[in-house]
Design a protein around this ligand. Structure first.
Ligand code: NAD
Ligand code: UGA
Length: 429
């Protein structure tokens, strides 16, 4: 099929590369000229495992191209995906200006029947607005249907997730559009739910909010465990093995970050408010998440007392492992607080240091974990990259000024660390 994807970010590029791999012809459009120039040089503006090779292969095989003109992309395609950013506004609600601008430009370029598919995460009733906008600006030229097809991929495992989705949601009132998308996704062999557009939009916000709730629940349990001498990992394992609960997304830590959970939980609270429902449960999920970083920072302060002029080593900057994404990364909050207290920070992340430099220019960036440890008063672990799990801890201990590790991700066994002679503090254990 002929597919146009508007928005060549994490979602647009992964979706585009996957659909190209399945044999479709994909045009990716983005209004960021620099991004398109990078892609046309067979390079890639983001780090996502395996994506560079897939995009390069698809482009060289002539199945994937990159342009800045929505008009050109729409005219040459049957299915048009909207995968642009929907960032939070100051009041927590979603900024839909990019979705609205794209809908208008799509409308002005209709030439025959098109299925316009919203993949961006949007508030319920956005599909209705998109349909109204297209109708208004197309002035009756060309037929179209609108579909909500929310995306559930995770950064770091985006390609695997896209090839093996737990489910595909197709929200539309048009049988013709639903059938076209069922056909497009058929090779993935995944369960498909065809539903109305409003339900599809709510499914996305409900899924992210529920996962965020699980994480905040685990973080709340961490406080109870720490105060009572229990171990949060044992507790969440014991609870999660009940198949009605499930053990995934119950890891306590420094709180959830990234471009989606914080934004989507706030957006869902705002959507509920607009619909005159006070989603108090989610407000508490958000509150627990915000205070989790403070709790971890206080742990650093309690352990080291006065931070002024102390050198603190930080391992991990990206909001999670296997990505270079720094959006809403807990590391930014923790490092900013350390700098405010007068500490000097050395840091290392395997993938995100280039992006981190733009946000955190006043820290020392190191070549690896051992360089971070050298002469530092303590080591703070913020992101659980596998290479930190595999470090030579004896060497780390020799390099540190004091054998102190504050682990925000519970990657080591406390008993083992004690035996090695570390002052080791983690979360809820
Ligand atoms: P992103 O910022 O990486 O990419 C969005 C792209 O859209 C950017 O390249 C930007 O230049 C482009 N863009 C913005 N306005 C445009 C316009 N008017 N015309 C053309 N291009 C435009 O964002 P992302 O992480 O890919 O997220 C996109 C959407 O998908 C968001 O709604 C997000 O909530 C949702 N989502 C993201 C993920 C994820 O893991 N990142 C997963 C599921 C859903
Ligand atoms: C999340 C969802 O998992 C995806 O299904 C969804 O498509 C995506 O948001 C989105 O809508 O954009 P992502 O943000 O890429 O994906 O990463 P996650 O693996 O969900 O992690 C999010 C945050 O939660 C990270 O900061 C991570 O460290 C934290 N987390 C995750 C925990 O603190 N504990 C856990 O048990 C799991």
């Amino acid at each position: 099929m002929k597919v146009c994807i508007i928005g060549a970010g994490y979602v647009g590029l992964v979706t585009g590369a996957t659909l190209a791999e399945l044999g479709n012809r994909v045009i990716c459009v983005d209004n960021n000229e620099e991004k398109i120039a990078i892609l046309n040089r067979d390079e890639i503006p983001i780090y996502e495992p395996g994506l560079k090779e897939m995009v390069r292969g698809a482009r060289q095989a002539g199945r994937m191209s990159f342009i800045t003109s929505i008009a050109e992309g729409v005219k040459a395609s049957d299915i048009i995906f909207i995968a642009v950013s929907t960032p939070p506004k100051a009041d927590g609600s979603a900024d839909l200006s990019a979705v609205a601008a794209v809908a208008r430009e799509v409308a002005e370029n209709l030439n025959g029947y098109k299925v316009v598919v919203d993949k961006s995460t949007v508030p319920v009733k956005t599909g209705e607005k998109v349909a109204e906008t297209i109708k208004r600006y197309s002035k009756g030229n060309g037929e179209f249907d609108v579909v909500s097809n929310p995306e559930f991929l995770r950064e770091g495992s985006a390609i695997y997730d896209t090839f093996h989705p737990d489910r595909i949601i197709i929200g539309t009132s048009s049988r013709k559009a639903a059938d076209l998308l069922i056909e497009l996704y058929k090779p993935l062999n995944a369960p498909v739910i065809v539903t109305d557009i409003n339900s599809a939009e709510i499914i996305k916000h409900a899924a992210n909010s529920f996962l965020a709730t699980k994480i905040s629940f685990a973080n709340a349990l961490a406080h109870i465990c720490e105060a009572s001498g229990a171990n949060v990992e044992e507790v969440t394992r014991g609870v999660g093995l009940d198949s009605r609960v499930g053990s995934r997304f119950l890891n306590a830590g420094v709180g959830y970050g990234g471009s989606c959970f914080p934004k989507d939980v706030s957006a869902f609270i705002a959507i509920a408010e607009e619909l005159r429902y006070d989603f108090g449960l989610l407000k508490e999920v958000e509150r627990i998440n915000k205070t989790q970083v403070d709790y971890f920072f206080n742990k650093i302060k309690e352990t080291l007392w006065i931070l002024e002029d102390k050198i603190i080593g930080v391992l991990g900057l990206a909001f999670k492992p296997d990505t270079d994404d720094m959006r809403n990364a807990p590391s930014v909050k923790i490092i900013s607080r350390l700098l405010e207290e007068g500490a000097r920070v050395k840091a290392f992340d395997p993938r995100s240091m280039e992006k981190a430099r733009e946000i955190l220019p006043d820290i020392e960036y190191c070549d690896g974990p051992y360089q971070v440890a050298e002469g530092a008063e303590a080591l703070v672990i913020v992101t659980e990259w596998n290479e930190f799990r595999e470090m030579d801890l004896k060497r780390i201990k020799e390099l540190l000024h004091q054998p102190i590790i504050l682990d925000g991700r519970n990657i080591y066994d406390p008993a083992k660390m004690e035996k090695l002679g570390f002052i080791y503090k983690s979360v809820g254990r």
